[in-house]
Design a protein around this ligand. Structure first.
Ligand SMILES: Cc1cc2nc3c(=O)[nH]c(=O)nc-3n(C[C@H](O)[C@H](O)[C@H](O)COP(=O)(O)OP(=O)(O)OC[C@H]3O[C@@H](n4cnc5c(N)ncnc54)[C@H](O)[C@@H]3O)c2cc1C
Length: 309
């Protein structure tokens, strides 16, 4: 049976940063990494926008985070949390190895997952021609031809962002309208570097070592064609990892954990959330780390205000 001050669930930039602060504050900290040790950033080979590092692989960056908090004495468990009860105090949890524990505060840093199209060739070119983050990888396509797939706000933002870098941007939208904000739609429609392909779906991604073409189909005419591209940005949605707290902690309409952005408190006192699991708009490592710091400071405040047993 584990009895800890702070349980941190997740080992991305948010979780590790939270652990750095709670450990330095003298709180017993147990951090569970889950299956994706280091989080989403480990899927990218080059991070060029994390302050202090000109260029570093996502894996190496997260290893630096991990070593720093390990040195301070945080207990890192390479395990998944499978159950969390936020309706009792201290909070109760259970790990995949059936170990049980209690925590005086919990920091949820379980992140989010990009949705993928699941079409032929996608696996082969993930991270090698296919990306889910224009802010992260757009720079690699300077003066090249790219395609953005999707019709919501993210797709429109990404297309506009990429039009400042790439020489040509196709937007592939399966409908005849966009679901994103009207202002963004107008900006996309008026940008000369952007060409919109409505009623179009992707059938497969093709190439040898690197992606070179997308096989597309017009859903009205049924006409199939090949589009030459250097890179593809999929923007077909993200899903926050909230399975542990569904029905216990308030979520937004789109399923993200609702937090007070100044404190990272959730609807349950003593339960905090940080990083992509509660961030609907700007999903970046530095933002996740910053919110992890806020969550940790708030958790510290919360724990020290609880009566001692
Ligand atoms: C391909 C790609 C490239 C990117 N490139 C950049 C970039 O260059 N620069 C940048 O700033 N951002 C980049 N991002 C975005 C950045 O990775 C995310 O914003 C950031 O990782 C979010 O951090 P997080 O800590 O909130 O969550 P995540 O990194 O998603 O980590 C979530 C963690 O929670 C754990 N977890 C989930 N459920 C459980 C459970 N039940 N029990 C225990 N653990 C659990 C997972 O194992 C994981 O460790 C990129 C994203 C992707 C997908």
């Amino acid at each position: 049976m584990i009895e800890t001050d702070v349980l941190i669930i997740g080992s991305g930039p948010a979780g590790y940063t939270a652990g750095l602060y709670t450990t330095r504050a003298g709180l017993n900290t147990d951090l569970y990494t889950g299956t994706a040790v280091g989080g989403q950033l480990t899927y990218t080979h080059a991070v060029e926008n994390f302050p202090g590092f000109e260029k570093i692989s996502g894996f190496d960056l997260m290893d630096v985070f991990k070593k720093q908090i390990q040195t301070l004495g945080a207990k890192i468990h390479h395990e998944q949390i499978i159950r969390l009860n936020t309706q009792v105090y201290p909070f109760e949890f259970e790990t995949e190895m059936a170990e049980k524990g209690t925590a005086r505060a919990v920091i949820l840093a379980t992140g989010a997952k990009a949705r993928w199209l699941n079409v032929q060739g996608e696996e082969k070119f993930k991270g090698n021609g296919i990306s889910v983050c224009a802010t992260c990888d757009g720079f690699f396509y300077r003066n090249k031809t790219v395609a953005v797939i999707g019709g919501g706000n993210t797709a429109l933002y990404e297309a506009l962002f990429l039009s400042k870098v790439a020489s040509k941007v196709y937007v592939i939208n399966r409908k005849d309208t966009f679901s994103g904000e009207r202002l963004l739609q107008e900006q996309v429609q008026n940008e000369s570097k952007i060409e919109i392909l409505y009623h179009t779906v992707v059938q497969s991604f093709e190439g040898e070592a690197h992606l070179t073409h997308i096989q597309i189909k017009n859903t009205i005419t049924q006409e199939e064609s090949r589009l030459a591209v250097d890179g593809v940005f999929e923007a077909v949605g993200t899903e926050p990892e909230t399975a542990l707290i569904v029905g216990q902690v308030k979520r937004t309409e789109s399923g993200y954990i609702e937090t007070n952005k100044r404190t990272m408190e959730t609807s349950v006192p003593g339960i905090f959330a940080c990083g992509d699991v509660q961030e609907e708009k700007y999903r970046q490592a530095i933002i996740a780390a910053g919110s992890g710091c806020i969550a940790a400071l708030s958790a510290e405040n919360f724990v020290y205000r609880q009566p001692k047993k």
